[in-house]
Design a protein around this ligand. Sequence first.
Ligand SMILES: Nc1nc2c(ncn2[C@@H]2O[C@H](COP(=O)(O)OP(=O)(O)OP(=O)(O)O)[C@@H](O)[C@H]2O)c(=O)[nH]1
Ligand SMILES: [Mg+2]
Length: 297
Amino acid sequence: MNNFKTGYVSIIGRPNVGKSTLLNYMIDQKLSIVSRKPQTTRWNLQGIKTTEHAQIIFIDTPGLQKQPKSALNRHMNRSVSHSLDHIDIVLFVVEGLKWNELDENVIELLKDVPKDKLFLIINKVDKIQDKNQLLSFIDTISKHVEFKEIIPVSAIKGEGITNLESLLINDLPVGPPLYPDDQVTDRNERFFAAEFIREQLILRLSDELPYRLSITIDEFKDDDKIIHIHASIWVETKGQKSIVIGKEGKVLKVVGKAARLELERLYDKKVNLKTWVKVKSNWADSEQALKQFGYYD
Ligand SMILES: Nc1nc2c(ncn2[C@@H]2O[C@H](COP(=O)(O)OP(=O)(O)OP(=O)(O)O)[C@@H](O)[C@H]2O)c(=O)[nH]1
Ligand SMILES: [Mg+2]
């Protein structure tokens, strides 16, 4: 136990590069919601991996946005900055061969992180046919910033992840574990109820609507055999409300069922989920409404 390593590893990058997919693969469990749409993650989420020799506390963060417009988007960017407080290692995640000004914006945020704490993770390499192209891609990025390690991975297929894990453990400070070895996250069961409902809505609703909704959990009662959950889905207009409910309640029914199945898998218990759709105009632009919905720094 003398050489046990423990530390915090923040996962940072522009939206949609695969940060949450990477977290889920690293801790071998679906904790963080994932989607094809950018700005899926809204909150920092810890995923804790404990091995015989180390405890790595990963922090999945929202994709960093440039000039965030709404109060919600500003809150998301603040979460990314906070994840850098007292950090041991930062994983800067980019998508292989797809560098743009949003990545440059992330570099701005990382400029005060010492080079020996910074790893470049080049994700989605399964999409790249000619791996030689990666060399010039790495060259371009290295012109902007220096890294301790540069690691190509595929978070979806698990390529390069064993290598990443051992490099991380190598660089973590010696110290006792901070969490019991069976704890996988800092978030409670209510948090996952809200997130898994939001994930099903993102999957089934098109365009801007997923960005205009938020979930609150009004009741969460575990009576040993079954967990009873009452959730509100907040939207900004009556029109959005009728889309979320769907014709004869069909959309809400499908969303509720799919979220319930995911939650039963997570809790390993039966779930009774009831959902209501409610309107609060411009909640995403109101700091006060955000606080009420549980978004605080
Ligand atoms: N082909 C491929 N797709 C991937 C890989 N990793 C993630 N994806 C896909 O990329 C999309 C975005 O993944 P997320 O994990 O939600 O990305 P994110 O960086 O957390 O996104 P935000 O939370 O919006 O910032 C999803 O459709 C994933 O399935 C990968 O290694 N290969
Ligand atoms: Mg994410």
